[in-house]
Ligand binder design. Structure first.
Ligand code: ZN
Length: 545
């Protein structure tokens, strides 16, 4: 019990639950909230009763288990929020439904207006299990540029969109990107890596006011799944302004820790100028919106990730690196000197090896850095020597079982079964003492408990169990998703556990995840979510005052 205020402190909320897991080893039966913080805990349901005054809402939740709210260490809230304003092809279940939605949107728009789809879709959700082609988008909307972005690294564009972007048979592939082509050299609409951004630059941007509003509804959907903090894995400076608008208007339902993109299309001088001109360091902001640092994207994803061995379905291809390591060392060193943390997307094992070279090169100049200053995002494929180097260097890793869950089928095709079962071997990382933070990177509200189930079973959406030997236990998965992410955000003293003095971010479930059968977790959703001492999800009005 921790309660020693000098004068009576009346709680805003007194929550009495069946079990409250602190995530630091203790269990309680009651927790008291005042303002945005947890101020008291007790192992007894009635242990805090004398802190309840007339203004205290006493919540009888003996049927519920309370945990710290989840902190997603790698997700794209901005993109997921923007998706709510775009053609919702993530709901399509066949190519015909997909192109039908595009045709409907085109019907409602004057000719020449861009039709831009949600990026939160995946061909594995389509009956045909393939992406629509540029020709199919031409048929659906011949008079409108159509741009269908799929996740962070791929897109399909129709002919009008390619024309509008000036992409033709003579257009060379951009750095770190590939323009798909027919045998005669004419672009076929498939865009990968840098080519996605090359065409997207011509699509009209969503207005800042619309984006801020979308962040409100977008963040509410995450809060409804028990998420309290999102490390926003990549935004540009305009999007940072939209975040500030949403923050000022009080629209955010989750805390956000943004990473600002340093694009691989920049020259070394441009990248250095971006870093030198930012004028903020990591940690700037408040508890709701606080700058995490910078984001580099070193390779592609399941299709373009830089591999040590060639692709299983394309022996001539081993993926691509987007950055010259020497340039990246220079830019990252300058960033660290200016107080900025760096997160680098590295999916394939060749990219992981390269980012280790880069980070070791930075540390050779700067000297030792605090943990989580230099972070590897994903490290989907890694070998034992690389894992050893990462741990020795103190480089944290953000891990996303949700990627294997969502794209295990594609990985089996592109990387083959042996590499797929080795994706994110959390047990091996933990055995070495690695700093890990769990997240999703799935660009749509994703149930954290499905992710926990996946880390515990290695289960996937449609590719069965992949690498069951790498499973971890529920308590460990929950820790990586709370305390692990808090450490990644430099907020281990403020978030991640149910501890007096920490921020009151809590989630309650109708069963205890630590004693339930893992299979009961896959679809488990919260009874309520509290962020900063305020209800952000309370469908049954359990927290009504
Ligand atoms: Zn990402």
């Amino acid at each position: 019990m921790t309660r020693e205020p000098a004068e009576p402190l009346w709680l805003d909320y007194l929550i009495k639950a069946g079990t409250i897991h602190s995530m630091t080893g203790e269990t309680y039966r009651s927790v008291g909230l005042h303002g945005p913080e947890i101020v008291a805990v007790s192992p007894e349901p009635g242990g805090l009763d004398d802190l309840a005054g007339g203004g205290t809402a006493v919540v009888d939740a003996g049927d519920l288990t309370v945990l710290p709210a989840f902190a997603d260490s790698h997700e794209h809230l901005m993109e997921a929020s923007r998706n709510t304003l775009l053609v919702p092809v993530d709901k399509a279940r066949s190519i015909a439904e997909f192109t039908g939605m595009v045709a409907d949107a085109a019907q409602a728009a004057p000719p020449g207006e861009w039709i831009v789809t949600s990026m939160g879709w995946n061909e594995s959700s389509l009956a045909e299990n393939r992406m629509p082609t540029g020709a199919e988008l031409d048929a659906a909307a011949p008079d409108h540029p159509v741009f269908a972005r799929r996740g962070g690294h791929l897109a399909v564009a129709n002919s009008a969109a390619l024309r509008a972007a000036g992409v033709g048979a003579d257009t060379p592939n951009p750095p770190g990107g590939n323009i798909g082509r027919r045998p005669d050299g004419i672009p076929n609409g498939l865009l990968e890596g840098g080519a996605v951004y090359q065409v997207m630059a011509f699509a009209p941007a969503t207005s800042r006011a619309d984006l801020a509003g979308a962040l409100g509804t977008g963040s509410a959907a995450y809060a409804a799944l028990g998420v309290g903090t999102i490390r926003e894995a990549m935004i540009n400076l305009d999007e940072l302004l939209a975040y500030q608008d949403a923050w000022r208007r009080g629209l955010l339902n989750v805390r956000v820790r943004p990473l600002i993109r340093v694009g691989a299309e920049l020259t070394a001088d441009q990248a250095l100028a971006l870093v030198d001109g930012l004028g903020v360091a990591s940690g700037f902001g408040d508890d709701w919106l606080r700058i995490w640092g910078l984001k580099f994207v070193l390779d592609g994803g399941v299709e373009g990730g830089a591999l040590e061995q060639p692709y299983a379905n394309d022996p001539a291809n081993s993926g691509h690196l987007n950055w010259d390591p020497a340039v990246m060392i220079k830019v990252c060193t300058e960033a660290v000197r200016r107080g900025l943390r760096v997160g680098t997307h590295a999916a394939g094992d060749r990219a992981v090896r390269t980012v280790l070279d880069v980070y070791e090169g930075v540390v050779a100049t700067t000297g030792g850095l605090p943990p989580w200053t230099l972070v590897i995002e994903h490290a989907l494929l890694s070998d034992p020597a690389q894992r050893e180097r990462a741990v020795r260097g103190g480089f944290g890793i953000t891990v996303q079982h949700a990627l294997l869950w969502n794209m295990g089928g594609e990985m089996l095709v592109t990387w083959g079964p042996e590499r797929t079962r080795q994706v994110n071997p959390l047990d091996e990382w933990l055995a070495l003492g690695a700093g890990l933070a769990a997240g999703t990177d799935i660009v749509r509200p994703f149930n954290p408990m499905t992710n926990v189930w996946g880390m515990v079973t290695r289960g996937t959406k449609s590719a069965g169990i992949q690498g069951p030997e790498h499973a971890i236990d529920v308590a460990t998965a929950l820790r990586l998703y709370t305390l692990g992410s808090a450490a990644c955000n430099g907020e281990a003293d403020r978030l991640g556990s149910v501890t007096p003095g920490k921020l009151a971010d809590l989630v309650a479930y109708p069963l205890d995840p630590l004693t339930a059968s893992p299979d009961d977790l896959a679809e488990l959703t919260p009874a309520f979510t509290i962020v900063g001492g305020q209800p952000v999800h309370d469908p049954d009005k359990r927290l009504a005052r």
